[in-house]
Design a protein around this ligand. Structure first.
Ligand code: NDP
Length: 445
């Protein structure tokens, strides 16, 4: 594989799509040896076919606000690869959304979904719509307008979207309602649905729970556990909430949360009523981080900074891409952090990951560590197909087993001669081999 030539071609075709380039480069660097050892990958054009999405739908989303003003947002669905199952991946509503971000997320999703052991291809979608500060009715009108285009290319056996940043249970409900009206069908077309109409227990918690299960597996390889560890978490959303909940259950102390405008440090630990209050604030649709600090005397708000400057044993970034850079990585190492587990997608920059590698600390990439969310979406699809609902315990056991299986795959494929595990390499190779071999079985299509 001529990695540099592939990257130059990609950058030439898609100038400025830096997140997409970053995600492709990271995967190719990990798999280049395996690729070169198997000439049939090259003769089947696997890389060229894998790094290009199957299709990209881009559409206009006009909607009307409560004052009667018309707004137009941009909507997208990137269907990246369906070699092992229907396209599957979340919808993100955030002003930063563009095709570069969605292509990076869709590309990552291919390998993440392959790692889950479930039959799901990779996709992603969303809009540059800002849900924050909008009324409930405005959110509903926007979701309906978005689905008026999206429904044309999705289906329960074709492409099954879910939530992501800015898309939670409420948005999934409004999107589902419109899909149902348009198709006259009540099918498992979206995951993250309400429990009364096809949702799965544990789905809201699954990504955060899975990240914590994965962290526990990594620590166990060193004879350690989460009990008594101090953890810095970023974000204040769905993933952060699930992670904080499970970390507390397993005896760890969480000392930070964050938003775009700064972070909260709470030396006493974020647990119990504070986690409940976190949920209340999230539901309020307004700024959340500073009000949280105002509510609890042990919490302080540190404006315009990342939480990676605090003393901690473990860091779990759960907000967004590239939120932890080289400078942050050095601060974490100097403060004694020995394990970083990505809850968000690609939150650590390549330079930060290099620092973790050099310092030999445990580091897990999001495509392995946060796969519990999409895995439980896969379990939701299974329950929908069978028209049954598993108990909370049944889903949690399956989620735990899947996270252990992903950890095992990473160890198997990422074990270095010195006995250390390169989780980035392990995750990329395991995901790649599954998808590439399926593509070869299915011919050039
Ligand atoms: P939410 O919208 O629930 O929460 C996102 C959090 O990150 C919010 O606290 C948000 O703050 C904060 N945030 C968003 N953009 C920025 C930014 N530019 N700088 C700093 N903070 C920011 O999203 P999720 O918790 O669902 O997703 C978080 C991450 O996890 C994303 O990378 C997502 O792709 C990934 N992920 C999510 C899964 C899921 O099941 N939900 C599954 C797998 C991965 P604010 O609201 O104030 O903007």
């Amino acid at each position: 594989m001529d990695l540099e030539k592939i990257m130059i071609d990609l950058e030439k075709h898609y100038p400025g799509e830096t997140e997409y380039h970053q995600a492709v480069r990271e995967v190719l660097e990990s798999i280049v040896d395996v690729y070169n050892q198997n000439p049939h990958f090259e003769s089947s054009g696997i890389i060229e076919r894998l790094i290009e999405p199957d299709r990209v739908l881009s559409f206009k989303v006009p909607w009307v606000d409560d004052e009667g003003r018309v707004h137009v947002n941009r909507g997208y669905r990137v269907q990246f690869n369906n070699a092992i199952g229907p396209y599957k991946g979340g919808l993100r509503f955030h002003p930063s959304v563009n095709l570069s971000i969605l292509k990076f997320l869709g590309f990552e999703q291919i390998f993440k979904n392959a790692l889950t052991t479930l039959p799901m291809g990779g996709g992603k979608g969303g809009s540059d719509f800002q849900p924050k500060g909008k009324s409930d009715k405005e959110i509903m009108r926007f979701c309906q307008a978005f689905m008026l285009e999206l429904w044309k290319i999705i289906g329960p056996e074709t492409d099954v979207p879910a939530g992501d940043i800015g898309v939670g249970a409420r948005e999934i409900g409004y999107l589902y309602g419109m899909y149902k009206k348009l198709t006259h069908e009540h099918t498992g077309i979206l995951t993250g649905k309400g429990l009364n109409w096809g949702g799965s227990l544990i789905r809201p918690e699954a990504t955060g729970f899975g990240v914590v299960y994965f962290t526990g597996e990594m620590l166990a390889t060193k004879g350690l556990s989460l009990e008594g560890k101090t953890v810095a978490v970023s974000g204040f959303g769905n993933v952060a909430w699930g992670a904080v909940t499970k970390l507390n259950e397993l005896g760890a102390k969480v000392v930070t949360l964050s938003g775009p405008d700064g972070y909260i440090y709470d030396e006493a630990g974020i647990s119990g009523e504070k986690i409940k209050y976190m949920l209340e604030l999230r539901a309020s649709n307004e700024d959340v981080v500073q009000p949280f600090a105002n509510e609890f005397s042990s919490a302080v708000f540190i404006r315009d900074k990342h939480p990676w400057e605090v003393k901690c044993d473990i860091a779990i970034p759960c907000a967004t891409q590239n939120e932890l850079d080289a400078d942050d990585a050095s601060k974490l190492i100097n403060n004694g952090c020995a394990c970083v587990c990505e809850g968000a997608n690609m939150p650590c920059t390549p330079e930060a990951i290099e620092i973790f590698r050099k310092n030999k600390i445990l580091f897990a990439p999001g495509k392995a560590a946060n796969a519990g969310g999409v895995a439980t979406s896969g379990l939701e699809m299974s329950q929908n197909s069978m028209k049954i609902m598993w108990t909370r315990e049944e889903v949690d056991v399956r989620l735990h087993q899947i996270m252990s299986a992903i950890h095992k795959s990473c160890v198997k494929n990422g074990m270095k001669p010195n006995g250390e595990v390169d989780y980035v390499k392990g995750a990329n190779i395991a995901g790649f081999l599954k998808v590439a071999n399926a593509m070869i079985d299915q011919g050039i299509v």
